[in-house]
Design a protein around this ligand. Structure first.
Ligand code: ATP
Ligand code: MN
Length: 470
């Protein structure tokens, strides 16, 4: 069973008919058995469409052995080894099929127990069997597109000289006050509760409170100010109680960080990045993307194609507020200078006002993190959000404050513990440089690209409030 010589279905579907005897290992999706012939559909996960196989039961000169016992045991979901020859297919939608001459059942899937019998199951039902849902068309396609996107992320940065660095998952500081943190402890909580005693973190593993990271950015900055351009692509955690279709408790984030890079450079990088990701998936996963277009979100293929070739318009937050204030429609959340833009506002700007992707920059400092570089106006910071049609924000980033004293002032104004940031301030004490970066939530991207409605359906095993099965 060498994996190197084994042919996969995606490859075989593109192969011309021939007399060569080939062997396939796969799972059975459907079977139609009749007196003279048995048709069955094989899928090995290599592509959306499987391969049709036929067993000709009529006695013939090829001397096909009697496979009726195997055919009877072959049910939807079982794993098999088949051998045969590729022949021209008379059927629609495929150029070849397998004329099967040997069939071995590897693992049965009893029809009265295997849950994936119907052609279509609801996503809610499939979430309950996340360990099996990868065997459906939709989840196979989602995971292939997810894989293609993650490969494209690495390719994009590697092609441009960015170093992939791994930032810590356990951290002792709430980096940005970005959200609710998961605490990490080895303390005996039950024992503490019983004794009623005070919590002494000196006895905890790290000698102080520790948490799961919400972002790798601050650590990435340390390496960007050494290696000039780096990126992280790792898990992040937020104890979000919001039970939405956009939030997970555990998600993956991509965070490039670049030295000698101002906000304009950051905008350029972000737009190039989004375009490259979309182009890559359209080019490399056309079959899966057509499936999403047909079954999940009509028109998504052309929509993404348009964004992939768009120039990204640029507007300041202040201009965005003016556009919203004079919009020929009302919003649930009232608009005035100083508000954080809500999804409805972002969608208006990108879907209706600009009618394409747009980068909004220079937000009020009050609604942004302490590390963003302040503008001379004293009111705004060099922040940027990239908004795309249908979704709203896909990327958030900024030029970072590289001036030591300005950063200290901001930390103190915001009442953050200065000592915890002393290492971060060192980056401004020694060889400081203008630098910028951004964050893109990977599952938000996969959801945008596939058109799937719920973020829990674009990650293999979702973790969200009240749910950590499998
Ligand atoms: P939102 O307002 O949608 O909760 P946020 O303002 O908390 O987002 P950031 O703190 O800027 O988001 O995080 C950076 C990126 O991480 C976001 O643009 C988004 O793509 C992603 N992200 C944030 N929170 C989550 C979450 N709970 N699940 C999945 N992705 C998330
Ligand atoms: Mn959030």
């Amino acid at each position: 069973m060498s994996y190197t010589t084994r042919k996969r279905i995606a490859q075989l579907r593109e192969t011309d008919p021939s007399d060569e005897l080939i062997e396939i290992f796969a799972w059975v999706r459907t079977k139609r058995d009749s007196k003279n012939v048995c048709f069955f559909e094989l899928n090995d996960g290599s592509s959306l469409k499987g391969l049709q196989a036929i067993i000709d039961k009529a006695p013939n000169e090829s001397g096909t052995p009697d496979l009726q016992d195997e055919i009877d045991r072959m049910q939807t979901g079982c794993s098999i080894r088949v051998a045969g020859r590729l022949v021209e297919s008379p059927g629609k939608g495929q150029s070849v099929e397998l004329a099967c001459t040997d069939l071995e059942i590897i693992g049965e899937a009893p029809a009265d127990e295997y849950p994936l019998q119907k052609k279509r199951h609801s996503f809610e039902f499939l979430r309950e069997i996340a360990h099996l849902r990868g065997r459906t068309n939709t989840f196979g396609a989602v995971m292939r597109v997810r894989n293609e996107l993650s490969y494209a992320v690495h390719r994009f940065f590697q092609d441009r000289g960015f170093l992939y660095i791994q930032t810590p998952i356990i951290t002792a500081s709430d980096a940005e006050g970005a959200g609710a943190l998961f605490q990490v402890t080895t303390m005996d909580l039950d024992g503490l509760a019983r004794s009623g005693g005070p919590v002494d973190y000196q006895h905890d593993f790290f000698g102080k409170p520790a948490f799961l990271t919400v972002s790798g950015q601050l650590n990435a900055e340390a390496y960007a100010t050494a290696l000039e351009r780096v990126y992280t692509f790792g898990p992040t955690f937020r104890a979000e109680h919001s039970n939405t279709t956009r939030h997970l408790a555990e998600f993956w984030m991509i965070e490039p960080e670049m030295a000698f890079c101002d906000l304009e450079c950051n905008v350029e990088l972000a737009a190039d990045f989004v375009r490259a990701l979309l182009s890559a998936v359209l080019e490399r996963s056309p079959e899966d993307m057509r499936f999403f277009d047909e079954r999940i979100e009509k028109g998504i293929f052309a929509d993404l194609e348009r964004v992939a070739t768009s120039t990204f318009e640029h507007m300041t937050y202040t201009d965005a507020i003016s556009a919203l204030e004079t919009a020929p429609r009302s919003f649930d959340y009232p608009v005035s200078w100083g508000i954080d833009l809500q999804t409805e506002h972002e969608k208006y700007l990108t879907d209706e006002y600009i009618k394409g992707p747009v980068v909004v920059t220079d937000y009020p400092k009050e609604i942004k993190a302490f590390y963003m570089k302040q503008n001379p106006d004293g009111k705004t910071v060099r922040a940027m959000d990239v908004l795309v049609p249908r979704l709203g924000e896909i990327i958030g980033g900024s030029q970072r404050e590289e001036d030591h004293d300005a950063l200290v002032t901001r930390i103190e104004e915001m009442g953050l513990p200065r000592e915890a940031y002393s290492w971060y301030l060192d980056l401004r004490r020694f060889g400081t440089v203008p630098h910028s970066g951004f964050g893109l939530g990977f599952e938000r991207l996969v959801r945008y690209v596939t058109g799937m409605q719920n973020i829990r359906d674009v990650i293999p095993f979702p973790r969200a409030v009240g749910s950590a099965e499998f």
